[in-house]
Ligand binder design. Sequence first.
Ligand SMILES: Nc1ncnc2c1ncn2[C@@H]1O[C@H](COP(=O)(O)OP(=O)(O)OP(=O)(O)O)[C@@H](O)[C@H]1O
Length: 476
Amino acid sequence: MATDSWAQAVDEQEAAAESVNVNLRNIRTNSSGAAAKSEVDGNNKTSDDDDKEDKAAQSLLNKLIRSNLVNTTNQVEVLQRIQTLRFNSVKSFEELRLKPQLLQGVYGMGFNRPSKIQETALPMMLAEPPQNLIAQSQSGTGKTAAFVLAMLSHVDPNNKYPQCLCVSPTYELALQTGKVIEQMGKHYPEVKLVYAIRGNKSGMKLQEQIVIGTPGTMLDWCTKFKFIDPKKIKVFVLDEADVMIATQGHQDQSIRIQRMLPKNCQMLLFSATFEESVWNFAQRIVPDPNIIKLKREEETLDTIKQYYVLCNCKEEKFQALCNIYGAITIAQAMIFCHTRKTAGWLAGELSREGHQVALLSGEMQVEQRAAVIERFRDGKEKVLVTTNVCARGIDVEQVSVVINFDLPVDKDGNPDNETYLHRIGRTGRFGKRGLAINMVDSKMSMNILNRIQEHFNKKIEKLNTDDLDEIEKIAS
Ligand SMILES: Nc1ncnc2c1ncn2[C@@H]1O[C@H](COP(=O)(O)OP(=O)(O)OP(=O)(O)O)[C@@H](O)[C@H]1O
C-alpha cells in the first residue's frame, strides 16, 4: 500500500529498516571503462578541412567511447521484488518492444544501445503490472533517459489529463529533463508535457499527460490549485531521489505529494548517490521495491581522473587555476565554490584574466539561472563558476574539467561525499574522459580530502601546478 507505507515510514523514520524479501544476485553492469581520448584538449582547428576531419574523428571516437561504456563490466546488486518475477536485461532497444514512435525518438537522439542502467532498469519499469524501482547508477550513465522512456511508455495519449509526475530538485534540472522528454517524444506528438515550476501558472485543468517540476509548485498544483488530480497518476518519478526524500532536502513536499497518489501508482526513484540512512528510508517508503544498487567502490567513475593541488590561500588557488589554464586547453569547465561570495570574486578575477565566464548561484532568479545554463550549454561561455546549486544533474557534454575551488562540506564541516560525486560527475558524461581537480588550502581541507578518498576507497593524486609538464601529462 503505497500511501500508508510511506506515511508510516516517515513516522518511524528512526526505526530499524525491515528486511526486504528479495532475491539477490550479482550481474554485470555499468560503466567505468577506459575511454579512448583525452577530452581536456579543445580543438582549435582553423581550416574547413580540419574541421571536417575533426568531426569525423570525433564521431568515431564517440562511438568507440560509447561502446566501451556499454560493454564494461562492474558489479551491482540487483534485488528483485518477488523471486518468481525475473526481469532479464536487454541488449537492444528493440527487445523492449517500445512503441514505434518512441523507438524512433530514441534512435533520433543517437542512442544505439541501452547503457547498463537502461538494460537493467527498463525491463523492470516497463513490466506489467508496473514495478516500483529504486535505482542507483553513476553520474552521466543514462538514468534520465531511462525514466523518461518509462513515463512516455506508460501514458495513454487518449486521456487528456496528467498521468505521470516527475519531480526534480531544481528548476534547471526540471527544464533539462523536459527537453529529454520533448526529444524522445518527438514522434509521439499526442503526448504533451507541462512544467510545474515557479511562475508557471497554468490556470486551468491540465490536458497534458506528463507534468515535470519542482516539489513546491508540484504540491501546489495538486492541492491549492487542483490543476492535477493525484488519484489519476500512474507513474511518480523522483529524480535525484536521495535529496528529494532527505529530511534536509525536500522530504516534506515529496511525501505530501506521494500520500495523495493511488496505491497502484508506480514509484521510480533514481540517483547516483544514496547515503546509507537515506537508502534505508527509501526502502521503507517504496512498497515492494526492485532495487539496483552500486557497491561503494563502483560509485566513482574511473574515466574521471581525480587530482588535488596544495595551496595556502584563495589567491594561490586562483594562481594554480591560471597555471592549469596556461598549460592545457580546456573545452569547458565548471568551478565549484562554497559560497556565493567566493564564486563572485573568482568569476571577477577570471574575467579580468580574459576568460569568458558565467556565474551561477542560488540567489539569482530561476529564469536567470536557466538562461545562464543555456548559454553555457551552447558554449557561449567556457567557464561556469557556481555553488552547490549546480552540482547535480546538469548535463553538458563538453565539460572536460571540474574544479573544486572549495571542497564540498556539510553544515557541520564534514566532507559531503555525495555532493563531491555529483560535482565531479559534471564531467566524464556517458563514458567520456574527464578531469577533476581539488584545491586544498589548509590542514582542515586536506583532512576533508583524505576522508573523501577513504570513503570512496579511491586515491586522489597530487598535482604540482608550478610544473607545466606535469599538468600537460595529466591531460594527455
Ligand atoms: N543509450 C544511450 N546512448 C547514447 N547516449 C546516451 C544514452 N543514454 C543517455 N545518453 C546520453 O548520455 C548523457 C548522460 O545521460 P543522463 O543525463 O541521462 O545521465 P544521468 O545518469 O541521469 O546523469 P546524472 O546522474 O548526472 O543526473 C546524456 O547526454 C544522454 O543524452
